[in-house]
Design a protein around this ligand. Structure first.
Ligand code: GLN
Length: 301
């Protein structure tokens, strides 16, 4: 099988050749991946491809596509080949120490937006990675400002670039730190998609995740709950971290809702609810400080 492309090859031929090679190699989404890679790597819109499918890919296109096909055949995920991925309609650059943004995490952003009571909130994103959660929130909330914390300098510089690229650079700050250690407060909203896979489950993850997503963003310790414990401990030690009418939203593993809710309750937080992802799995636990008088809003409204 050849993975080479001649510059005279048309866009349509190049797409078929890619799809066939991926299909033969048993790559699940062969046709979809081929189309997606072609569009993005050649900088085409779907209309360009539909109406001008006979145009040649040219020497630069031939080289880029051959390189992408080689990587995809070697099991590199499409997002890593492109080096960027979409999240809530915004584009995020990726680096080795950031997760590829997942659709599940959009559920976290939606839930966080519904939780907000302040029109100009101060937001804290713990383990910000590519910055996708914080940047998406700031994009949706023009009056908001936010801090993204991460232990990884590589992730922080990627997140900073993503904030600037998506027009929220002046309202965001990215700081190196271990969970809440570097944060002041009070914050109106604290969000986190921490590592939550139990260490023993890591070997069973899909190869594309296991080999290409950063382990520090996946491995949540023996029971997967280490990060939640560490973060929730900060609220007990520093009650001023969360504003009195603030809220906290955690992304969780599909079977962790009860465990994370219990950790929150033990620290005096109130469970506001659990949000499900598009597949119907519990995906977000929402918590509030106990001093918050929730009934007040119900009476007033
Ligand atoms: N949802 C991710 C996955 O299953 C895990 C992300 C995380 O641990 N925060 O690949």
């Amino acid at each position: 099988m050849t993975t080479g492309f001649e510059p005279s090859l048309s866009r349509a031929e190049a797409r078929s050749r890619m799809a066939e090679a991926l299909e033969q190699a048993g790559i699940g989404e062969a046709r979809g991946d081929a189309r997606f890679l072609l569009l993005h790597l050649l900088g085409l819109t779907p209309t360009d491809l539909a109406l001008r499918s006979n145009e040649p890919i040219g020497p630069a296109g031939a080289e880029t596509l051959a390189d992408a096909l080689r990587q995809r055949l070697a099991g590199v995920p499409v997002a890593r080949i492109l080096g960027e991925w979409e999240f809530r309609g915004l584009t995020f650059a990726l680096s080795p120490e950031t997760l590829v943004p997942r659709p599940d995490t959009e559920t976290l952003v939606e839930a966080a937006l519904r939780l907000l009571r302040s029109p100009a909130p101060a937001i804290l994103d713990l383990g910000t990675g590519s910055g996708c959660i914080l940047v998406a929130l700031l994009d949706a909330l023009p009056g908001a400002r936010g801090i993204g914390l991460d232990r990884s300098a590589d992730a922080l510089s990627t997140a900073r670039g993503n904030a600037t690229r998506n027009g929220v650079g002046s309202r965001s700050l990215f700081v190196r730190g271990d969970w809440c250690a570097a944060a002041g407060g009070p914050f109106d909203l604290i969000v986190s998609n921490p590592p939550y896979i139990a260490s023993g489950v890591i070997p069973t993850l899909a190869e594309e995740v296991r080999k290409h997503d950063p382990m520090a963003a996946l491995d949540g310790g023996q029971d997967g709950l280490d990060a939640y414990r560490a973060i929730i401990r900060s609220f007990t030690e520093r009650p001023g971290l969360l504003a009195v009418d603030g809220a906290l939203a955690f992304e969780i593993g599909y079977d962790q809702a009860e465990a994370v809710a219990t950790l929150g309750q033990r620290a005096g937080l109130i469970v506001e609810g659990v949000e499900r992802d598009l597949a119907g799995h519990p995906r977000v636990v929402m918590l509030r400080p106990s001093s918050d008088v929730t009934t007040h809003d119900k009476v007033v409204q």
